[in-house]
Design a protein around this ligand. Structure first.
Ligand code: CMP
Length: 137
């Protein structure tokens, strides 16, 4: 079993797509181990995306992530990290495959509906950013 962090981003929450996205997560066979709604501050968004500090899109990305509430989830499944990335589709919705969440729900590379961890080490850090150990027993 593996765990990954998933975020339903502000663009999707604002358009009331969180329910549909969570349904797709359950239909795909993930177990939702933890979930919360949080409206990130700019500082909290900058902390979450610290690895991207210095990239040209960092200021705009963190403004966007602080622009409204998100839903953050810990998903569990065999190969959860790659399984969730496959369900999301490519970061850029223009390159996402048919049937993926980003193809269906994303509006642009920034307003791309969902986030997922990219490796076991980042999943551990990202899960710990939002959830305490006691939330995941
Ligand atoms: P995410 O998977 O959450 O990780 C970093 C985010 O930066 C990414 O999704 C995109 O929403 C956003 N982003 C904006 N512009 C770019 C870009 N040119 N390349 C990669 N990510 C970008």
């Amino acid at each position: 079993m593996e765990r990954t962090l998933a975020i339903v981003k502000p663009d999707a929450v604002e358009r009331r797509l969180a329910g549909q996205i969570i349904q797709r997560i359950e239909d795909a066979g993930f177990e939702i181990r933890a979930m919360r709604r949080i409206h990130l501050s700019k500082r909290q968004a900058e902390g979450f995306y610290a690895v991207h500090r210095g990239r040209p899109f960092f200021p705009s990305l963190t403004d966007f992530m602080a622009s409204g509430p998100t839903v953050v989830l810990v998903l569990e499944a065999p190969d959860a990290i790659s399984k969730w990335r496959t369900l999301m589709g490519a970061t850029d919705p223009a390159k996402a495959e048919a049937g993926t969440l980003r193809k269906e729900f994303a509006q642009s590379i920034e307003r791309n509906a969902t986030h997922g961890s990219d490796a076991p080490e980042t999943a551990a850090v990202e899960i710990g950013y939002f959830f305490a150990g006691i939330d995941l027993i």
